[in-house]
Ligand binder design. Sequence first.
Ligand code: 4NP
Length: 166
Amino acid sequence: MEEKKYKILMVCLGNICRSPAAEGVMQRLVDERGVAHLFEIDSAGTYGGHSGQLPDQRMRVHARRRGYELTHRARRITGYDMGDFDMIVAMDDANRADLVRLARTPEEVQKIVMIGDYITQNPHYDYVPDPYYEGSEGFELALDLLEDACVQLLNEILAKLMEQNN
Ligand code: 4NP
């Protein structure tokens, strides 16, 4: 019998900078660890103004330098997503507030986690700041924070899944 996949949705505002990068970072991590078959990883935005677009050109360039090809097409999160995904990861407090509004049950609210809770290497950030109006440093910072946080987040999820299977 095929195991049910653990579904992770990365969420930011526009779904063209932070969350598609988070999706790419997490996808590579699960690929590298040989656990990709256990996961489905996607991303969405709370704002739909960029729907259908590839990630921002600047984010694609910075990500490509680290070996990530970001090919996600932006989409706006739906109420269905709140039920469908197992974990919904907000990049900042505003994203979280929007997600809480979208949630229809206490169980759905409980699925929402803050990426900032998994940042260990930069004491100045407990969220991933929006690089959209920033220069190159903003995109590099977002990728640094995401690479750190996704390792910690995946470790926690894998530990939880192993516990459930024992
Ligand atoms: P993201 O960045 O939320 O990381 O995708 C943004 C992209 C677009 C806009 C804001 C943030 N915007 O206002 O169009």
